[in-house]
Structure formats: structure tokens, C-alpha cells
Design a protein around this ligand. Sequence first.
Ligand SMILES: [Zn+2]
Length: 432
Amino acid sequence: MANERVDQSDSGENPEESQDTGLQEAWEEADRGDENIIHEGIQPLFGLLETAINHFATDVHIDPVGDQYLVRFRINGVINTHEKMPSEEAKRLLIQIRVRANIDITRSFTSREGQCKWLAEDQVKDIRVTTVPRNSDTSIHLRILSPPENLTNIEMLGLRDKDLEIVRRSLAHPQGLIIVGGPTGAGKTTTIYSLANTYDLESIVGVSIEDPIEFNIPYLRQVEVDSRHDFHMPDGLRALLRMDPDLLLVPEIRDERSALTTVRAAVSANFVLSTIHSKDAASAVEAFAFLSVPYNILGGSLRVIIAQNLVRTLCPACRVSRRPSGEDRALFERWEIPVPDAIFDANPGGCNRCDRYGFSGRTGIFEVVDVDQDIGNAIVEGSAQAELRRLFRQKGYGSIFKSGLDKVVEGTTSMPELLDLYWPEIGGAGID
Ligand SMILES: [Zn+2]
């Protein structure tokens, strides 16, 4: 994440292994003539996806506009126009997509979903396809699914040294609950997989329950929720806990029963990693209370709360240096950070190295709270969000926004990028 452009082959043994297994499987499927595989012969679809993947896009949107089709990529979380495609070429593309993703062309009056694989010599990507009818035309969304980046290296997440130290300490005594909070798309899942991956998963019993499984992690027993067959998360969790796992991963808690089962598992000596939708560490505690988890059980099991968001990282080759403005200075001063002589903005025109975007990759900004006796007690007592937040600051744990300001000082990101996510004048969760 700190550098999404890290080559897969640099990111450790396990992902490489899973990549290889997946690749081999995909080639066997292709040799059997499986229709779901998009290989080099399928043009223009293969070529379009190849360009998107080379640009590290996560999504491709294809929409009819007049007599053309607009093709846009989402790169580093931002939509960029790739090209306007002549309608004839686009129609050929749409048919290829529908065949590969097994979407019934004759029933194009409702939104449809399918899945296929893009296969090159040395890599394979799962592609999730959604089609939406638009008058007589069709809009298509392709999601390029990638395993979380930098799985083996928690140092690459963007944690500050003292945060990393807290996380490492808790991983050395694997017991209790580590929660990762943040909004949608804040990199929470990548963080818990990276934490899980610090263990030798081959030598312990690690289980996870997911909805859906987006990528396979070697040696982790991953179970998928299947609501159509009445296999829901609380049932799955109970089944998994009967295996007496050393490590339980719950990538997303959505309902009350799962929340309580997950937290209880942590009380009974399992090591549990989970994420929850929240704005910061204090509101993550409240998110559990909303899901009817009693404060005493939560306070007794929580070890570390990590809250996070993602900012784009400036392209180091073309970022532009400037003196901090009066407003910038005021922000640094309010968060008690020495005002730097210079900070950096993105170059609007970019350069060759960043494909003219001015940014390359994204990195996490974090609030990491080590839950000690005092904080545990405050949670058990049901302290209000604002009170908890005050206690965290007293103990020296800075807000996500403050961690963002640190990244501005380092020149990793820009002030406008940070202010795009947070409005310091409003204050509250994530900021104060
Ligand atoms: Zn650049």
C-alpha cells in the first residue's frame, strides 16, 4: 500500500506461491477451453484490461455517451478517462465481456453480474463484471480483484514507528481482539491480512469467514458465507470456532450475532483480527456497542484499536515544493507539529514515471491505540466517544488527521489531499 506499484515478485514468498498456484490453475482451465478465461487472443478485451492492469487500475467503467463509449479507469481511488471508443469496437468488447462472464445477452433489461479471469503469461487476475442497462445500451463495470498488496510486510502499510511498535508487541502475544476501523475503501482488509500474514500460517490453525472470499491466502482456512443456501456468518463463525483456531479472521462484522460471537471468541483465549466501519478508534468502540456488544465484554477483550484511512502518495519524481501557507502553518501549530520549511504538492501535469497523474500509489494514515488497563476500564464503564478520545490523546495516541499531517511533513502526501478527506474546522472523529 505504501507503494502499490511494488512488483508482486518483491512482496514475499506466500503471495508469490498463491499467485503461482492460481496461475497454473488458470492455464489448465484455458487449455481445457474454459470460456471464462480472457486470453491474448480475445481482442480488444484482453488489450484493454492489460492497459488497465499495467496502470494499476482497480476498476474499468464503460458507458455509452452519444454514439461512442466512454472508457474510464479508477486509479489510486480516482476516476480517469482512458479513451472514447467508437461504438462498433465497444459493441465487440461488450459481447466478449458478456460471453466470458457468462451473462445472458438476451436478458439485458436488468442488472447482471458475472466473473471471469484475465490471463497473461505470468499473471492472472479475477475480474468481477456488472452490467447495467441504459436505454437501448449497456454500461459495464469491471472490478479487477487483486490480493492485498505487501501481504508479508506490515512495515509497508504506512504505520509510524511507534504505531508499528504497538502492533508488533500485540502480535508477539497473540491473544484477544485487534480491531481495524475505518470507512469503506480505507484499506482495512489489507491491514488485517498483513497482520495475519506475520504468522507462519502453515504451523498454526488460522481460519477466516468472508463474504465473499476475494483472494486466497495460503494455509488460511477460508469459509465463504452463502446466504442463498442459508449459511450465514453467525453459523459459519460457530462452526469455525469448533475447530479451536489459534487465529480467527473476520474481515467484516455486519450483524449483532457475529459481533458478539467474534468478541466472545477473543475473550476465550483465541486471537481475533477483525474490521468494523468507523471513523476513528473511539467510534470503533461505539460501533460495537451499536451492534449490542456489552461494554464489559469488549473492554475485557480488546488489545489494540487501529483506525485508518488512505491518502494518495505524491510522485517523488515530480512533486512540487512550496512554503507552507498561513493556513497550513495554523494546522501544524494546532496539532503541535513543528512547521516545516517546505511542503509538497502534486504536479498537475505529472511526469512519465507517474503516467501524468502526479501521484503514485496510496498509503495509510492511522490512529493506533494500545488498550491498557485504564483504557480497558474506560471502555467497560461505557465512556462516551468524546471521553475516550480525550483519554487516547492524554496517553499520547494522535488522531488519523495528525498522522496525515506527519505524512505532509515527510512529503509523502499533500495538504490538499488530506483536506479532501478531513475538514479540521469541523473537528470530531478522525480529526481531534
Ligand atoms: Zn510524476
